[in-house]
Design a protein around this ligand. Structure first.
Ligand code: DWN
Ligand code: SAH
Ligand code: ZN
Length: 406
């Protein structure tokens, strides 16, 4: 029996993706023999309805001084976080000398907007290499894992915060209760927690199963989060859907009774009921959709190979590790993956060991098809790759369904 990370009741497994490597574990050939694997399994809690991983590698195996994801690789995401910061400044930083804390601040993509405005801020980023990039940009950052204990130390050194931020990080931390207890200690009585993560409703609607990988311990919905926050005397006061990372939700959380509850919260509760997020059959349905998606993608890739077409991967995302290893995509089907991140180039993809190459290799000799592993950045990527399409190149995408885009 597996116990829920949130409420300790029984979690019902609904899919296993099999043996998986670390999603961001790009590696050299000399490391192949020692590569780490675990079983990627997901379940749904029958009581609090939190969807979660059943096994997660130790945090130090995922977040360390060679972490491969640098947030600022997407210009659209930089714009998104500039808007996010501007809204926070407008709505929540009215006090005399406001203080903003962000966990998972990475290379400073969000906090740079506060640093540039001279606002007191602190980033908490355990992956030392990306934290160092932020520090180099003049963003105050400490390289540690956030939890309740660290929250106490921060308060004694810097005082309490007006706003506590997290983008694509809350869902990464299995010890959620310690994180929320820490946030409660850190926030001023009128302070707010604002965070965003991929939204479970979007994953179900789009079969975007590649959001499921080691770093993502949780797949949040409003209802599962309301269950958790209630236990800590907090409540969700607003929800704002975000058109990033394939469909995210931004949640605004405050101490109980401090802010009015927005109509959007009531509406989303109702929508989640209709979507059946609390029903086990919803997850059986997701599993069937995932299996269908795999079959269609593999049929397509095998057809390409048989007809002698060149297929190359575009963007060596964390998400691609799940797709590649679950579907069984091998270097004979996808020649290499083009990616703009220097630390990934010259290495091999986790598990399947498809070579990761610089962007130049893609543009020097366009393939017939580019398999878009960065489908969440489709707008940004397709806009800058018009020459590829003009030369007859076609895109393969698999979210929300497997299709070729000419
Ligand atoms: O939650 C997480 C999100 C925020 O970021 C983390 N757990 C890890 C990471 O997930 P991801 O790797 O799936 O993120 P992205 O933003 O979908 O992918 C970024 C990758 O795509 C980078 O390796 C850079 C590459 N890329 C590229 O080669 N050309 C990206 C763009 C926009 C491009 O034009
Ligand atoms: N906020 C950025 C980065 C998301 S990637 C963005 O949206 O682009 C997730 C980040 O969370 C990684 O940089 C990772 O090192 C960090 N992280 C993981 N566990 C953490 C913890 N316990 N406390 C703070 N940051 C954490
Ligand atoms: Zn539970």
């Amino acid at each position: 029996m597996i116990h829920c990370l949130v409420c300790n009741n029984t979690v019902e497994p609904f899919i296993s993706f099999g043996r998986m490597p670390i999603a961001n574990g790009f590696l050299g050939s000399e490391q192949f023999a020692q590569e780490y694997f675990f079983e990627l399994r997901v379940g749904h809690c029958l009581v609090c309805h939190m969807v979660q991983l059943l096994d997660q590698p130790d945090r130090e195996k995922m977040f360390h001084a060679n972490y491969a994801f640098f947030s600022s690789t997407s210009t659209r995401m930089a714009e998104h976080f500039a808007r996010f910061a501007a809204q926070v400044k407008r709505d929540y930083l009215g006090s005399a000398d406001p203080f903003v804390v962000e966990i998972g601040s990475n290379d400073g993509i969000m906090l740079r907007n506060f640093a540039q405005a001279g606002i007191r801020h602190l980033g908490i980023e355990p992956s030392a290499n990306v934290a160092q990039v932020a520090i180099g940009r003049g963003i105050q950052t400490i390289s540690e894992f956030f939890d309740q204990e660290l929250a106490r130390k921060i308060v004694s050194k810097y005082g309490q915060a007006d706003v506590f931020l997290g983008a694509n990080v809350m869902c990464h931390i299995p010890y959620l209760h310690s994180v929320i207890a820490g946030i409660n200690i850190l926030l001023k009585p009128e302070g707010v927690l604002i965070f965003e993560d991929p939204y479970l409703g979007d994953i179900l609607e789009k079969t975007s199963y590649d959001q499921i990988y080691d770093e993502h311990a949780f797949y949040f919905s409003l209802s599962s989060l309301e269950y958790v926050f209630k236990q800590h005397g907090l409540e969700v006061v607003d929800v704002i859907p975000q058109n990033v990372h394939g469909g995210s939700m931004r949640y605004v959380i405050a101490k109980r009774g401090k802010y009015p509850i927005a109509d959007a919260v009531i509406a989303l509760r109702e929508k989640e009921n209709q979507l059946g997020l609390h029903k086990p059959e919803t997850y059986v349905n997701l599993r069937q959709n995932i299996e269908r998606s795999r079959a269609e993608l593999m049929t397509l890739l095998r057809q390409m190979k048989q007809s002698g077409k060149r297929v190359v991967g575009y963007a060596a995302t964390s998400k691609s590790t799940t797709v590649i290893n679950y579907c069984g995509i091998t270097p004979d089907l996808v020649e290499f993956i083009s990616d703009t991140t220097p630390i990934k180039q010259g290495k091999y993809s986790p598990g399947a060991h498809i070579p990761v190459c610089s962007y130049d290799k893609f543009s020097a000799r366009y393939p017939d098809y580019a398999l878009l592993f960065g489908w969440n950045h489709a707008e940004e990527i397709m806009a800058k790759e018009r020459a590829f399409q003009a030369a007859g190149g076609k895109w393969i995408v698999y979210v929300p369904r497997v299709q070729v885009i000419e």
